[in-house]
Design a protein around this ligand. Structure first.
Ligand code: NAD
Length: 270
């Protein structure tokens, strides 16, 4: 058995895939053994990612790449339409998953969970690999039952398609769940129900800003009489997702089953 983790990067020509290729190449315990994309076929994945030549050309056929590269883990940052067949193909060949592609529905997740259990493999399918964003959510859960007022401001680049962001909706949900678990009754957000007061998500007003210059930022504000607590996270580059991706690769090598949040991995390590 190799003393490094053999990684296949799917979506290797994409923005995230290029960062992933670089991050895996620099990790001392991992190696890129295959790169898949339907663009830039034939180009060296390492060179395309702006680094040294890795000797791993991009190919378009995933099953072929798995056969040749014999990866332990497939990292997928592609598109919603292709991620499902990619995940099924990899699991059927005994390859563990680390998937960052967003827009995966509940039915697909259920299907992946069943296959992961049947094959006794590890898989992390997670819409947000930023350590900071996940720690921000954990901190918000902790604060939720101590403050009756909470609001979220999320700020993203102007090309982001969805609003509010998935992370802000999940944060609001976690705040609501933490409060319900503690039997804590929050204050009703003040002010009339007008658009300027944001969208009430899980009882928490969420305000979305879309401006060039931002990558992904979020502030969770809590308050009670005489004080405001702000938990703030800023992503300044897509590189911010890489420590979480590498953490997930190491995690699936040791843990079986499906994990859908980096938060659970962070909690398992605390
Ligand atoms: P991108 O468009 O730059 O890259 C997607 C790549 O997938 C492209 O190179 C495309 O050619 C490739 N692709 C399409 N069909 C393919 C196929 N059949 N086989 C192999 N490759 C194929 O997009 P991106 O900005 O890199 O984002 C990719 C995904 O990652 C999106 O869903 C995005 O929302 C998500 N994302 C997740 C996180 C996270 O933390 N989980 C962070 C950022 C982005």
């Amino acid at each position: 058995m190799a003393d490094y983790i053999r990684v296949l990067v799917c979506g290797a020509a994409g923005q995230m895939g290029r960062f992933v290729t670089q991050a895996v190449r620099k990790a001392p315990d991992m190696k890129v053994v295959a790169a898949v994309d339907n663009r830039e076929v034939g180009r060296d994945a390492g060179e395309l990612a702006g680094g040294e030549v890795t000797g791993t050309p991009i190919v378009s056929d995933l099953e072929c790449a798995i056969g040749r590269g014999e990866p332990d883990v497939m990292i997928d940052f592609t598109i919603p339409d292709v991620v499902r067949p990619n995940m099924i193909a990899a699991l059927n060949k005994g390859v563990r998953l680390v998937v960052g592609t967003t827009g995966i529905g509940e039915a697909t997740l259920d299907e992946v969970q069943a296959l992961v259990e049947q094959k006794r493999l590890g898989a992390v399918v997670c819409p947000n690999f930023s350590l900071g964003a996940n720690l921000m959510m954990l901190a918000a859960e902790l604060a939720a039952k101590h403050y009756p007022y909470a609001e979220i401001i999320e700020l993203h680049h102007e090309k982001k398609k969805d609003a509010p962001s998935g992370t802000s909706l999940l944060t609001a949900e976690l705040i609501q769940e933490a409060r319900a678990k503690a039997g804590f009754v929050p204050a009703k957000p003040p002010g009339p129900e007008v658009a300027a007061r944001g969208l009430a998500a899980s009882g928490v007003p969420v305000h979305s800003v879309r401006l060039p210059g931002y990558v992904a930022n979020q502030e969770v504000m809590f308050s009670d009489t005489g004080e405001v607590l702000t938990i703030k996270h800023e992503s300044t580059s897509r590189e911010s997702f890489m420590p979480g991706v590498l953490m997930a690769v190491r995690y699936v090598m040791k843990n079986k089953g499906l994990t859908t949040s980096l938060r659970d991995i962070l909690l398992s390590q605390s």
